[in-house]
Design a protein around this ligand. Structure first.
Ligand code: HEC
Ligand code: HEC
Ligand code: HEC
Ligand code: HEC
Ligand code: HEC
Ligand code: HEC
Ligand code: HEC
Ligand code: HEC
Ligand code: HEC
Ligand code: HEC
Length: 359
C-alpha cells in the first residue's frame, strides 16, 4: 500500500458525493411518507395530466393547489371561527397538500351546490349531498350506503374487497361509525385505543377481555384487528384468514406442526379447547383440565377414545395393567395439571413413541 491510496479514496468519495447531490437535485420533491403508493413527481408533472395510482374511484383534485382551491368553496364559511375541528383534517392523511390524491371537501361531501349557494335562502340551509353520521344523532345523515360509497370511491381495494355483504355492512355500519376523519387521531387505527371503539358495541367481548386469562389486548399489545378484519373477510366471524386455525398460526406457528402424532381436535379447530378472547381457566381454556379432556374422553383410562373418566376415581395406573397405588387419589388427578402431568405434548408429538402425547 502506498501513501497516495487515501488521497485517491478521498477523491473518489468526493466525486461520488457530487454525483449523488446532482442526482438528488433532479429527484422529485420529498413528499411526506404516507406509507403507501404515491404519484410520481407531482411538481415535475404540473403541466402534464398527472399519473395517479389507482385508488379505485373518482377523484376531484388533480394538483395540490387545485385541492385547496376547491376546499375554499366550503372553507369560506367552515373556517376556524365556525368549527376548528373541521380544519384538523389538514393534519391527517386526507389533508396532505403535496399529495395529488388528497380528497377535497367535495370528494367526500359531494358537490353540494344547493348547500353552498342556498339560492332559496332557507334556514337551516339545504344539507350537503353526503352528510356523515348516525341518523339517530344527526337528523340529516345520509343513508349508510350513500355515506360508504363516498369513501369506497377511493378505498374499495385492499382490506375492503369483502366489505359488501360483510356483517358490518349488512348491519348498516358506516365507515364513520369507526373512523374519525376530522380528527388528528383516529382511535380505531391505534391498537391501544382500538378495543374501546369495538367494545362500545361488543360488550360481551369487552367482558371476556377482562378475565383472568386473555390475549394481551387490554395491555395494548394486540388489537382486535390482529385476528379480525372489520371490513369483511372470506373466513368465518370476520377473521383475517380463512379459518380459525390459519388465523392462530399467524402467531403460534409452532402449533401447526406437522406432527408425527397429531391430536385430531387440534388440527380440527383450536376453539375445541381454547376461547380466543378470555377465560377464567388459564391458558385460555374453555374448561379446566381434566373436565376439558373428559368432554371427549370418557370411560376407562386406557380403552380408546372413551378413556379417562376413571381417573377421577384414581384409576390411572390401569394403563400399565396394574391397580393404582392408594396414594394415587382422585384429587391428585383432578388438581393441578391432572391429565397434563403425563400427556404433556397435548398439541401433538414428534417422538417416535409419542402416540399418547406423553413425550
Ligand atoms: C375523507 C372524507 C371527508 C373529507 C375530505 C371532508 N369531510 Fe367533512 N366529514 C366527513 C365525515 C366522515 C364526517 C362525520 C364526522 C367525522 O367522522 O369526523 C364529516 C363531518 C363534517 C361536518 C359536520 C361536523 C359536525 O360537527 O357535525 C362538516 C361541517 C364538514 N364535515 C365539513 C367539511 C369541510 C369544510 C371539508 C373540507 C375542508 C370536509 N368536511 C372534508 C368526511 C369528510
Ligand atoms: C355560505 C356558507 C356555507 C358554505 C359555502 C358551505 N356551508 Fe356547510 N354549512 C353552513 C351552515 C350555516 C351550516 C349549518 C346548518 C345551517 O344552519 O344552515 C352548514 C352545515 C354543514 C354540514 C352539516 C350538515 C348537517 O346536516 O349536519 C356539513 C357536512 C357541511 N356544512 C359541509 C359543507 C361543505 C362540504 C361545503 C362545501 C361544498 C359547505 N358546507 C359549504 C354554511 C356553509
Ligand atoms: C378522493 C379519495 C379519497 C376519499 C373519497 C376518501 N379517502 Fe381516505 N384516503 C385517501 C388517501 C389518498 C389516503 C392516504 C393513503 C396513503 O397514505 O396511502 C387515505 C387514507 C385513509 C385512511 C388511513 C389514514 C391513516 O392515518 O393511516 C383512512 C382510515 C381513510 N382514508 C378513511 C376514509 C374514510 C372513512 C372516507 C370516507 C368518509 C375516506 N377515507 C374517503 C383518499 C380518499
Ligand atoms: C367496525 C369498525 C370499522 C368500520 C365500520 C370500518 N373500518 Fe376501516 N379500519 C378499521 C380498523 C380496526 C382498521 C385498522 C386495520 C388494521 O390495523 O389492520 C381500519 C383501517 C382502515 C384503513 C387504513 C388501512 C388500509 O386498509 O389502507 C382504511 C383506508 C379504512 N379503514 C377505510 C374504511 C372504509 C372506506 C370503511 C367503510 C367502507 C371502513 N374503513 C369501515 C375499522 C373499521
Ligand atoms: C356500532 C356498533 C359496532 C361497532 C363499533 C363494531 N361492531 Fe362488530 N358488529 C356489530 C354488529 C351489529 C354485528 C353483527 C351482529 C353481531 O354479530 O353482533 C357485528 C359483528 C361483528 C363480528 C362478527 C360476528 C359474527 O358472528 O360473525 C366481529 C368479529 C366483529 N363485529 C368485530 C368488530 C371489531 C373488531 C370492531 C372494531 C374494529 C367492531 N366489531 C366494531 C356492531 C359493531
Ligand atoms: C387472538 C385472536 C382474536 C382477537 C385478538 C380477537 N378475536 Fe374476536 N374472535 C376470534 C375468533 C377465533 C372468533 C371465533 C370464535 C369461535 O368460532 O368460537 C372470534 C369471534 C368474535 C365475535 C363473534 C362472537 C363470538 O364471540 O364468537 C366477535 C363479535 C368478536 N370476536 C369481536 C372481537 C373484538 C371486539 C375484539 C377486540 C376487543 C376481538 N374480537 C379480538 C379471535 C380473536
Ligand atoms: C397477532 C398474534 C396472535 C394471534 C393471531 C393469536 N395469538 Fe395467541 N397469543 C399471542 C400473544 C402475544 C400471546 C401472549 C404470549 C405471552 O403472554 O407470552 C398469546 C397467548 C396465547 C395463549 C396462552 C395464553 C396464556 O394465558 O398464557 C393461548 C392459549 C393462545 N394464545 C391461543 C391462541 C389461539 C387459539 C389463537 C387463534 C384463535 C391465537 N392464540 C391467535 C398472539 C397471538
Ligand atoms: C385438545 C385441546 C386443545 C386444543 C384443540 C388446542 N389446545 Fe392449546 N392448549 C391446550 C392445553 C391443555 C394447554 C395447556 C398446556 C400446559 O399447560 O402444558 C394449551 C396451551 C396452549 C398455549 C400456551 C402454552 C404453549 O404451549 O405455548 C398456546 C399458545 C396454545 N395452546 C395454542 C393453541 C393453538 C394455536 C391451537 C390450535 C392450533 C390449540 N392450542 C389447540 C389444549 C388444547
Ligand atoms: C374435542 C374433543 C377432544 C378433547 C377436548 C380432547 N381430546 Fe384427546 N383425542 C380426541 C380424539 C378425537 C382423539 C383421537 C382418538 C383416536 O384416534 O382414537 C384423541 C386422542 C387422544 C390421545 C391419544 C389416544 C390414542 O389412542 O392414541 C390422548 C392421549 C388424548 N387424546 C388425550 C387428551 C387429553 C389429555 C385431553 C385434555 C387436555 C384431550 N385429549 C382433549 C378428542 C379430544
Ligand atoms: C399418571 C400418568 C397419566 C395420567 C395422569 C393420565 N394418563 Fe392417560 N395415559 C397414560 C399412559 C402412560 C397412556 C398410554 C397407555 C398405553 O399405551 O397403553 C395413557 C393413555 C391415554 C389415552 C389413550 C387410550 C388408549 O387406549 O391408549 C387417553 C385417551 C388418555 N390417556 C387420556 C387421559 C385423560 C383424559 C387423562 C386425565 C383425565 C389422563 N389420560 C391422565 C398416562 C396418564
Amino acid at each position: 500500500m502506498n501513501r497516495s491510496t487515501p488521497i485517491i479514496a478521498l477523491a473518489l468519495w468526493i466525486a461520488a458525493l457530487g454525483f449523488a447531490t446532482c442526482a438528488r437535485a433532479a429527484d422529485p420533491p420529498v413528499l411526506p411518507d404516507l406509507g403507501g403508493t404515491r404519484p410520481s413527481n407531482t411538481a415535475a408533472r404540473a403541466a402534464d395530466a398527472p399519473v395517479l395510482p389507482d385508488l379505485g374511484g373518482a377523484r376531484t383534485s388533480t394538483t395540490a393547489q387545485d385541492s385547496l382551491a376547491r376546499d375554499a368553496v366550503c372553507t369560506k364559511c367552515h373556517d376556524e371561527n365556525d368549527n376548528k375541528a373541521i380544519l384538523s383534517i389538514y393534519q391527517t392523511r386526507h389533508g396532505v397538500k403535496a399529495d395529488a390524491r388528497t380528497p377535497s371537501c367535495q370528494s367526500c361531501h359531494g358537490t353540494s351546490d344547493r348547500h353552498v349557494k342556498n339560492t332559496e335562502g332557507i334556514s337551516p340551509r339545504p344539507a350537503p349531498e353526503v352528510v356523515f353520521g348516525d341518523s339517530l344523532k344527526t337528523k340529516t345523515a345520509s343513508a349508510p350506503d350513500v355515506q360508504n360509497q363516498a369513501c369506497l370511491s377511493c378505498h374499495q381495494a385492499g382490506q375492503r374487497v369483502n366489505w359488501s355483504g360483510s356483517e358490518h355492512q349488512s348491519h348498516d355500519l358506516a365507515c364513520s361509525t369507526c373512523h374519525q376523519v376530522h380528527s388528528p387521531t383516529d382511535a380505531v387505527l391505534n391498537k391501544v385505543t382500538q378495543p374501546e371503539v369495538c367494545e362500545t358495541c361488543h360488550k360481551t367481548q369487552r367482558a371476556q377481555f377482562r378475565r383472568l386469562s386473555t390475549h394481551p389486548v387490554q395491555a395494548g399489545e394486540m388489537g382486535c384487528s390482529d385476528c379480525h378484519n372489520p371490513h369483511g373477510s372470506t373466513g368465518p366471524t370476520l377473521l383475517v384468514k380463512n379459518s380459525v386455525n390459519e388465523t392462530c398460526y399467524t402467531c403460534h406457528a409452532e402449533k401447526r406442526g406437522p406432527f408425527l402424532w397429531e391430536h385430531s381436535p387440534v388440527v380440527d379447530d383450536c376453539t375445541n379447547c381454547h376461547t380466543p378472547h378470555g377465560s377464567t381457566n388459564p391458558p385460555l381454556l374453555k374448561q379446566r383440565v381434566p373436565f376439558l379432556c373428559q368432554d371427549c374422553h370418557s370411560g376407562d383410562h386406557g380403552a380408546g377414545i372413551n378413556s379417562g373418566a376413571n381417573l377421577l376415581g384414581g384409576n390411572v395406573t390401569t394403563v400399565n395393567g396394574a391397580l393404582p397405588p392408594a396414594s394415587q387419589s382422585a384429587r391428585a388427578q383432578v388438581n393441578a395439571r391432572a391429565c397434563l402431568n403425563c400427556h404433556v405434548l397435548i398439541h401433538g408429538s414428534n417422538h417416535p413413541a409419542g402416540t399418547k402425547f406423553q413425550r
